[in-house]
Write a protein that binds this ligand. Structure first.
Ligand code: AMP
Ligand code: MG
Length: 347
């Protein structure tokens, strides 16, 4: 199987996607006939397959090397289609959908038993999302089947935020990549369980906890998200760069990074530093990679996975990362950084 990049347009040129309708039609046809297509969404690139077709969905797990007990998110073109696939849309979900969908948020609801077993990992619930990206929506509409799509990376690698990231990980393993340029949000969707009285945040993402609270008031936070620090050998290693990675916190964060990086370089390590535009001039000697500006959490989220991949490409074997306050979009950024560093923190 050869990967073909059929569309190469920056995200900003939204309207032009429709000039490439034949390419999207080709991708839709591949999905309808059991193929695997990687496509851009506003969060990260997804690896899609027909969510009703068990054989097709299994190919996703194979291509990614994903453990089979980790369920996939189902993507639909329109809000109105959700009712067709779930036994009930709870009122709290309706409120959230009205405000945030299409967008970077996934609702966990009770399904009607129509999806391939591998999509839900045998659970009675399913995660459903309407992405907010013109190319993704056009593809979903033309395919006219629900599309199961996890992030289009090899399991354990940072999620892909550009078509070239997908190619790095999955070249030769999938049928097609639709290239829509870099994704705008850069971290995955917020996952929220709406099956109970009070919604439960399962994964922080593009929609912040504060945003959710502003609409529905009470939101519980899943206990797994509160475990600190996360120990190595947790069930799934995620977003992990090849080098050993440490997060550095506290008021003298910059000073600590300066000191430790000097020591490590002296001992012969290739040291990388994840920094922000405000601090980049404060470090010397190590490989400095700038991930946005501290005053713009959006810029940090957008650049995060590309930066983690850069450390691998530069063969860095010791990474020191700056950290961010645990609120707003930075909560999602810190969740990903914690996973990448397997909880290793210098405070
Ligand atoms: P990914 O597709 O790699 O972005 O990961 C999908 C995320 O959604 C994972 O964290 C899953 O555990 C979560 N998820 C999907 N379906 C369900 C479900 N039915 N119940 C709980 N979590 C889910
Ligand atoms: Mg993923």
């Amino acid at each position: 199987m050869k990967v073909t990049t059929v569309i190469n347009l920056p995200y900003e040129q939204k309207r032009d996607f429709y000039l490439q309708l034949s390419d999207i039609k080709k991708a839709a046809h591949l999905l309808q006939t059991g193929g695997l297509v990687a496509f851009p969404t506003e969060t990260v690139y997804g690896l899609g397959a027909d969510a009703i077709n068990e054989a097709a969905v299994r190919k996703i797990f194979q291509a990614k090397g994903r453990p089979s007990d980790n369920p996939l998110i189902v993507h639909l073109a329109k809000l109105e289609q959700i009712e067709q696939w779930v036994s009930e849309v709870p009122s709290v979900a309706r409120q959230l959908m009205e405000r945030f969908s299409p967008g970077p948020i996934t609702y966990v609801m009770k399904h009607r038993g129509d999806f391939a077993t591998s999509v839900t990992a045998g659970l009675t619930t399913v995660g459903i999302r309407i992405p907010d990206h013109p190319l993704a929506l056009a593809l979903l509409e033309l395919a006219d089947v629900p599309i199961a799509a996890p992030s289009a990376n090899r399991s354990g690698r940072p999620s892909p935020t550009s078509a070239s990231h997908v190619e790095e990980d999955l070249n030769g393993k999938i049928d097609l990549i639709l290239d829509g340029g870099s994704t705008s949000v850069g971290v995955e969707s917020t996952v929220i369980d709406v099956t109970g009285q009070t919604p439960v945040l399962l994964r922080p993402g593009g929609i912040t906890l504060e945003d959710l609270q502003s609409v529905v008031g009470d939101v519980l936070v899943d206990t797994a998200l509160q475990e600190q620090p996360r120990s190595p050998g947790m069930k799934y290693r995620h977003y992990a760069p090849k080098g050993e990675m440490w997060l550095v916190t506290g008021e003298d964060m910059v000073k600590k990074i300066q000191t430790i990086s000097r020591e490590k370089m002296k001992s012969g390590y290739r040291v990388g530093i994840l920094t922000t535009s405000e601090n980049e001039d404060k470090y010397t000697g190590a490989q400095i990679v700038v991930c946005g500006s501290r005053t713009s959490p959006e810029s940090v989220a957008k650049g995060l996975y590309d930066v983690l991949r850069k450390f691998d490409l530069m063969d860095i074997d010791f990474i020191l990362s700056e950290t961010f306050p645990l609120s707003g979009l930075y909560l999602s950024v810190m969740n990903r950084l914690n996973k990448a560093a397997e909880g290793k923190t210098i405070s």
